[in-house]
Design a binder for this molecule. Structure first.
Ligand SMILES: C[S@@+](CC[C@H](N)C(=O)[O-])C[C@H]1O[C@@H](n2cnc3c(N)ncnc32)[C@H](O)[C@@H]1O
Length: 369
């Protein structure tokens, strides 16, 4: 392999046979010293990585010739250095730090969900929460809808996936979470998975978002990204999958027991939608700056035998609605997040069509005035 090649963070991770977050940690701890592109992206020379490799052979893991070959191929795939990708960011681009070739793939209407895998050491905190999203998926959104240093809000912060995505990409997060146990875990997660002191760069507000948002000033965030409770689906009786994947490991199956402020405990679906939209999403719209975006990650679900198209109900309830500061939220697109890794279960077989719902939707709204 040539010694002058330049790799991005993913390429460096492939090169050393470690995870992307390990690379972030190594940078944070001063073990690796990347350069930065004009757009703020990290770049590593293979010479530097090889040097590190020599010193610490235990990190690299090509155990057999096949793995070695595959690793080489993956590194080739991850090589960044096409002149196209190094092109500067357009001066008129006030939205993000991406140049044209990085911008374009992010406009595709679907992407495949990417996670660390449940056995990864950095998936253990996330796993305790019954419905986290993947910080790696959120990184795409954070990097597309903000520039370095901008402010991001998540009104359903959970165990801090948005905060982690922000920390890893130099954005500042305000995370609001009702339950102390998830809020505490979110802070701990940053300290453990990204580095000591990193949780202090972000706000982790404990309480009911409906109240907290009301006290926030208009137009104070550059981006909102979140995933709300999917009504009361976590309160259903545990099915085979929940028993196997969560109860058997002593993991929580809902956000709270009977907390009346937990939106997942609202009994009636229409009341739930009304509260979610007027008290949360329109308030998020108010605290969002004009011309900025809000992404909501949701999934459709079944309530007994009824199929509930939660994503389309939310679109109908939010699209073209006014915020209290005179703004309006309008739908800009719906991205499908494919979960092709999920296990297929024989629901309905051999009698009826019962869907294995293996995708999420990302509803993308913009605030205009
Ligand atoms: C789908 S989860 C979000 C998970 C988060 N995206 C993550 O990756 O950890 C929804 C979260 O909303 C929280 N929640 C429910 N009602 C709330 C309220 N009124 N105010 C703030 N948080 C609330 C729940 O405790 C739960 O953690």
């Amino acid at each position: 392999m040539e010694t002058k090649q330049i790799l991005n963070t993913k390429g460096a991770a492939e090169f050393l046979g470690v995870s992307v977050s390990t690379i972030y940690r190594m940078v944070e701890q001063g073990i690796l010293h990347p350069t930065k592109t004009p757009g703020g992206q990290r770049r590593f020379t293979t010479a530097q990585l090889q040097e590190f490799n020599e010193e610490s052979k235990s990190i690299v893991a090509p155990q057999n010739p096949f793995q070695q070959q595959r690793l080489k191929e993956k590194i080739q795939e991850a090589l960044v250095v096409s002149a196209e990708e190094e092109k500067p960011v357009d001066k008129r681009n006030t939205l993000n730090d991406l140049n044209g070739s990085k911008w374009l793939p992010e406009t595709k209407s679907f992407f495949y969900q990417k996670g660390l895998g449940s056995s990864h050491p950095h998936a253990q905190i996330e796993r305790q929460h019954p419905a986290p999203f993947s910080f790696q998926d959120i990184e795409h959104l954070v990097n597309f809808f903000t520039k370095h240093g901008m402010k991001v809000l998540d009104p359903f912060g959970g165990v801090g996936s948005t905060a982690k995505a922000c920390e890893l990409n130099g954005r500042i997060c305000t995370s609001i979470e009702l339950q102390k146990k998830w809020n505490d875990l979110a802070k701990k997660r940053l300290e453990i998975e990204v580095g000591p002191g990193t949780s202090q760069k972000h706000e982790f507000l404990l309480g009911d978002s409906r109240k907290i948002l009301k006290n926030m000033p208009d137009e104070s965030f550059d981006f909102v990204v979140t995933s709300p409770p999917y009504w009361s689906i976590l309160n259903k009786e545990a099915d085979y999958k929940v028993k196997k994947e969560r109860l058997a490991h002593g993991l929580a199956t809902n956000y709270s027991e009977n907390d009346k402020n937990d939106l997942a405990n609202i009994k009636n679906y229409q009341d739930f939608i009304n509260t979610l939209v007027s008290d949360i999403f329109l308030e998020c719209g108010r605290v969002l700056k004009t011309k900025k975006y809000m992404c909501i990650v949701v999934c459709d679900f079944r309530n007994k035998s009824e199929f509930i198209s939660f994503h389309s109900d939310l679109i109908q309830a939010i699209n073209k609605k006014k915020t209290k500061d005179g703004g309006m939220l309008s739908l800009q697109g719906v991205k499908v997040l494919l979960q092709n890794h999920k296990t297929l279960l024989p629901y309905g077989y051999p009698f009826a069509y019962v869907e294995n719902i293996h995708h999420q939707y990302i509803l993308i709204f913009r605030k205009d005035k």
